[in-house]
Write a protein that binds this ligand. Sequence first.
Ligand code: SF4
Length: 432
Amino acid sequence: MALPPEPINRGALNKTKERTMTRRGIIWLGQVCNLKCHFCYFTDRLSDTTHPEHGFMSLEKAKAICKTLVDFYGNNTIDIQGGEPTIWKPVYELVSYCKEIGLIPTVITNGQALADVGRVIRFKKAGIGDFLVSVQGLGPVYDHIVGRPGAHVRQMKALRNLQEVGVPFRINCVLTKDVLPQLHQIAELAITVGANVVNFITFNPFDDQRKKGKRTSENVATYKELGLHLNGVLDVLADNGVEANVRNLPLCVVNERHRPTVYNHQQIPFDLHENDFASWSWTGMQPQRMAGCNLTPPVKFGPKVWLGPSRTPFRWLGERPIVGPLLLGAKRKIDQFTGQHGSILRGKLTTEEMYRREARLRAHDQVGFRHVSACNACDLKLICDGFHADYDPFINEDAAQPVSVGFTVDDPKFYISQQLKVVYPADSCNIS
Ligand code: SF4
């Protein structure tokens, strides 16, 4: 395994426990990539060159999306996603443009292209805020997971280049079964190379991963296995002052001391490095994710139901027409919810309540989380997404351990407000 050799000083970034709402937008440039990760949400779109989302969009379209994020949605930071954005030729120009209009840009990358130090220097000159590098394993395990020999060596070279050029970066790691034995090494790597943050993401059945047969007990770990590995790794990162976040994990899967790191849908709006549900609902629609189509008008965040990128009326050929039943299902849920929360009907919903309602709709109606029987005895049920319905037959519901804190927790920030989070310069306008 080739590791960057020089430990570096993590620098003097402030940390805070203040939780405010994210204003981070997101853009998907097109589904073209130089790797083939088997767990990728867009695996079919990447391999199917006729898919409308395959192929990068024009710079003009990308700029128009970014401008809308600022002017209509009030976003101040942005995640630039591909496919793989670093192989899109105009990416430097888009980074500069984002910075110019008040969107501090993060590029989400596998880092392969950044093994060329010249590219890192170009990104720095263009005004990159930071990179979010996907470290999905180490050594031959990584090469196997991403389907490309030599990819790990290139990624380590990229991390070294980022260190040497002085560009901040965070690390993402998807919790596939193969990577679990390497989590400690990945934590050590993050500490050594000076990553500011490590995000662990459960292997989710979103988008193209929704299809049956992609996720099996061969590649998806049980929740119990995740808990066993994560507790120790989160201790290591905490002991070394590295921020860690675990996304989409039932709260009871990790020890009490690590629950402040867990972000289910209701916690996501309070992480400044996660995406704003409002603008995400618009950029997630297919016309905003494909090259050959005009933009649709931005929509205000409110009583409108978000149907998700692959379930909008813009779904393309070859997919099942499920909009009708979904609309009815979503309407039923809203009716139930408005029955319980009259403030919506009276127009008194606060912004946080609106985002919370959206979070629940996304979790339970759009991406298929559900509470299992043990959740009924749990004090955290109102702030936890529960388990993936899709985890059958490897869901092992007995992993659910009802939590007792002595009262019903109804504040999504109950745990996360105890977490120290890194404050980037771009974040400072969001906190007091
Ligand atoms: S609600 Fe269910 S999944 Fe969530 S912490 Fe409680 S028992 Fe675990």
